[in-house]
Design a protein around this ligand. Structure first.
Ligand code: ADP
Ligand code: ZN
Ligand code: ZN
Length: 819
């Protein structure tokens, strides 16, 4: 009997698609394996088999599966179940999830662009088809697969391409450029023989005759913290020589004696090649208690919230819990927001878990991500994966624990494209499917998580002491409204802040300045007529970037030359309105010409090395003042920052969103936490025009309790989460008139079934992006309602609308639990 397979395509299709199996494949195909299938006109895709059966579809004639790519499934049954849950909860298709989940190298399609690896040399002659493709690529090194198929006259080349990829003869073209030279650094460590206190003491005696070598060794021990309680620090050869004043000859003396050895570390590469050299740190009593409380909670509950002030040692607790889970034979997933996943944290974990740790990062080359995926399917997968939100899609064979660090971070929510999932919430569901536990950790919990914890849905463990009782910083509020009125604010910095920066520089301490806007000026304006340049594709004003000397749209990325005169009135005086990080940098350089300044924002961190280098240089004291957007607030541990300046709290507070005060509190608390870690109490200067807002007081007092109480009351009053669930329905169309009719029609039909749960349609703050007009309908659903029914209803109404001739090219999509 003829066999058929239903497959999932990497396309937003509502239904599965059925193909017939050619006899040769009939017995080989298994659920979860990838196949190559024709779809649409002359296009091929990599699809995943989701069922095998004997019933041909009634509606269409099936085509044959072209090829089978895998002997063993690359998608485990549990993953598929999880993907289906995501698709149904977040109102998208399994194809959307598939597209987001698999690294590009595993889902080749006709449109994929591949690139020649110029360094590839074949060991043995290549099959004829592969050679033909390579020849074509050596003429033009970057081509799309369709183009290659045309010129090579190979009808379906996907498996040939795959084979070339496996050989690393070609790469998938990455959106990010990877043509940077990795920067390496020579570092020093003790050889294994001397990694032992007793041996070292013997060595001290022996070296008494060679005082220069002894002095160098002592310096190394001081710098690495060998006898201390902290983690062993990485020591670079250069720093060691500078700080000890020793000559290279003295250094070589110690390497000859096999006391020191050197190794090369690529900076910016996340902890590759580090092996486990470190045991666990014993927890202090408060940490021990928290750790025990978490484990106790897990006996009754699946989720526990760890609310611990910055620097209380949450990460140390995670490390202990991870160790326990691994010892019990379980796998662990440790999620971090993209920007918090730095070398600092990965090196720390690598030193404990060595090669049992895999790192999954979106800025890694695709080939590395494919490797991790494949390894997770093998007999000996990584026990611990540390990764960004998309790592929830990886295969796990025996997941026991999920840690979601910085659980309050809004970047856990994927905005665009679908699936618009929330990685924290999805991780909780993933864990429950495996019978695993989830630990949410943060210094500033999201209102939703804290609410769940207080109501007993989650366990709650609080850690109120910082490790070694380092004090929280002192926060001083400066009223810039008042200073502007008195005409004292000539720069973005108040006199108080300038004085503190000066003092810090004199004492050779470091400063962080936080401004949550990049670019030079968020807006320019004609002094004469008030004209403001706007993006042609979007309904937003353009940001002026001085370094690039251009205007940029932060929504679609379009750039424009800076006009010399106003196109409206011809006036030549154009003013800068507001200030971004670039302007701050400019001003600081003028005010403190002797200071070494670095800027960290989206514009200066396009490559992963750039980002790591800025952090690294700051940590090493090569930079005095670090200016940045929220990137400077995350997961970084600096020792010499005495002053943090929050330049303008109002841009955060005035953002039109019901979460703006919660966000502002979280951001300011995190940024403030960077001040004064180990040595002494830090100082934060908080500049604002809204000194009387309760949230400012709450930041100053680090009073999460009152923040939560205030926010919760508002949320209850205005029907926001956690009391109501939100679903945003977005409609997009090229023509504004069509969009308006469609939005009104859709809203009216939704009201028939959902009544006054439906609000709008309204224009969102940015009502046109990339030439498409946008309207938004908000749906507020009470907790007791059935989400399933509501989602079914939404989709039924949408289908009905889409059948209307007038709305043919209308786009409709949903954002469930928007952030
Ligand atoms: P958090 O994650 O709560 O911000 P961390 O775990 O990063 O805190 O701890 C802050 C600092 O204190 C780190 O440098 C860490 O190495 C150190 N630390 C915390 N707990 C311990 C411990 N039990 N033993 C040694 N060092 C610790
Ligand atoms: Zn003008
Ligand atoms: Zn634009």
């Amino acid at each position: 009997m003829k066999k058929f397979a239903d497959v999932m395509l990497p396309l937003p299709l509502a239904n599965r698609y059925t193909y017939s199996l050619p006899d040769a494949l009939s017995d080989k195909i298994a659920i979860g394996c990838r196949v190559i299938v024709p779809f649409g006109r002359k296009k091929f895709y990599t699809a995943i088999v989701v069922s095998v059966h004997y019933c041909p579809p009634q509606e269409y004639e099936t085509k044959d599966i072209a090829e089978l790519l895998d002997e063993h499934p690359v998608l485990l049954p549990m993953q598929y179940k999880f993907w289906e849950w995501i698709a149904s909860y977040y109102l998208c298709t399994p194809g959307d999830v598939y597209k987001a989940a698999l690294p590009s190298g595993m889902k080749l399609e006709s449109e994929t662009i591949v690139e020649l690896n110029p360094e590839f040399v074949a060991d043995t002659p290549l099959p004829e088809k592969e050679q033909r493709i390579l020849d074509l690529l050596s003429e033009e090194p970057m081509q799309c697969i369709t183009q290659l198929e045309k010129s090579s006259e190979i009808k379906n080349s996907l498996s040939t391409i795959k084979s070339l990829l496996d050989k690393e003869a070609i790469f998938i073209k990455e959106e990010l450029k990877h043509n940077y030279k990795p920067k390496t650094e020579t570092r020093v460590r003790l050889t294994e023989a001397y990694m032992d206190e007793e041996m070292l003491h013997k060595l001290f005696d022996e070296l008494a005759r060679v005082p220069k070598q002894l002095a160098l060794l002592m310096k190394y021990i001081e710098m690495s913290g060998f006898f201390g309680k902290g983690l062993l620090k990485e020591v670079t050869k250069k720093e060691l020589l500078i700080r000890s004043g020793a000559s290279p000859a003295v250094f070589n003396g110690l390497t000859k004696k096999r006391v020191f050895e050197i190794y090369h570390q690529e900076i910016g590469r996340l902890a590759q090649g580090l092996s486990a050299t470190d045991g666990l740190h014993p927890l202090n009593p408060a940490q021990q208690e928290a750790c025990k409380a978490i484990l106790d909670t897990f006996r009754q509950k699946n989720v526990c919230l760890l609310h611990g002030v910055t620097s209380s040692g949450k990460t140390e607790i995670y490390i202990h819990l991870i160790q326990q889970a691994i010892r019990a034979g379980k796998q662990v997933l440790y999620l971090l927001p993209e920007i918090a996943l730095t070398t600092q944290i990965t090196e720390r974990l690598k030193r404990v878990f060595g090669d049992r740790l895999g790192i999954y990062h979106s800025k890694f080359p695709d080939a590395e991500r494919v490797e991790i995926w494949q390894k997770q399917l093998k007999k000996e997968p990584y026990d611990l994966i540390i990764g960004v939100r998309s790592s929830i899609f990886l295969p796990f064979q025996n997941l026991g624990l999920v840690i979601v660090d910085e659980e309050h971070e809004s970047t856990y929510k994927q905005q665009d494209p679908a699936p618009r999932y929330h990685a924290r919430n999805a991780a909780i569901v993933l864990a429950s499917m495996y019978g695993a536990k989830t630990l949410l950790g943060t210094a500033t919990p999201s209102v939703e998580s804290y609410y769940n914890a207080l109501r007993g849905k989650y366990g709650l463990v609080e850690l109120t002491e910082r490790y070694q009782d380092i004090q929280l910083p002192e926060i001083q509020v400066v009223d810039i409204q008042e200073l502007i009125r008195k005409k004292i604010m000539k720069t973005p910095f108040s006199p108080r802040l300038l004085a503190e920066i000066r003092k810090a520089l004199e004492q050779r301490e470091q400063v962080i300045l936080f401004q949550n806007r990049r670019g030079f000026a968020p807006m320019i304006e004609c002094k004469t007529c008030g004209w403001i340049p706007k993006c042609k594709n979007c309904d937003v004003s353009l940001t002026y970037h001085k370094g690039l000397n251009q205007l940029t749209c932060h929504y679609c990325g379009a750039t424009y030359p800076v006009p010399h005169s106003c196109p409206a009135c011809g006036g030549v005086e154009l003013l800068n309105r507001g200030f971004g990080t670039e302007k701050i940098e400019d001003d600081i350089l003028q005010l403190f010409p002797e200071a070494k300044v670095a800027r960290m924002d989206l514009d200066t961190t396009r490559t992963r090395t750039a980002y790591e280098r800025i952090i690294h240089d700051f940590q090493e004291g090569k930079t005095d003042i670090l200016i940045g957007t929220q990137m400077v607030s995350k997961g970084l541990d600096f020792d010499h920052v005495s002053v943090v300046g929050i330049l303008n709290a109002d841009t955060m507070l005035n953002f039109p969103d019901f979460r703006s005060h919660e966000r502002a509190f979280q951001l300011m608390a995190q940024v403030a936490g960077r001040a004064g870690r180990k040595n002494r109490r830090g100082l934060v200067i908080l500049q604002t025009k809204s000194v009387d807002l309760p949230v400012i007081r709450q930041v100053v007092d680090n009073d999460y309790g009152h923040l939560y109480a205030d926010q919760l009351q508002e949320r209850r009053l205005f029907h926001y989460p956690p009391f109501h669930r939100l679903i945003y329905v977005y409609l997009k169309h090229r023509k504004e008139e069509v969009l308006n009719v469609a939005a009104d029609t859709l809203a009216a039909q939704l009201r028939v079934g959902l009544g006054d749960r439906v609000l709008g349609p309204d224009k969102p703050p940015v009502a046109r992006i990339q030439t498409l007009f946008i309207k938004k309908i908000v749906i507020k659903v009470e907790q007791s309602a059935s989400m399933n029914k509501i989602c079914d209803y939404l989709q039924a109404v949408q289908r009905h609308i889409m059948e209307d001739e007038r709305f043919r090219s209308l786009m409709v999509y949903y954002d469930v639990d928007p952030q």
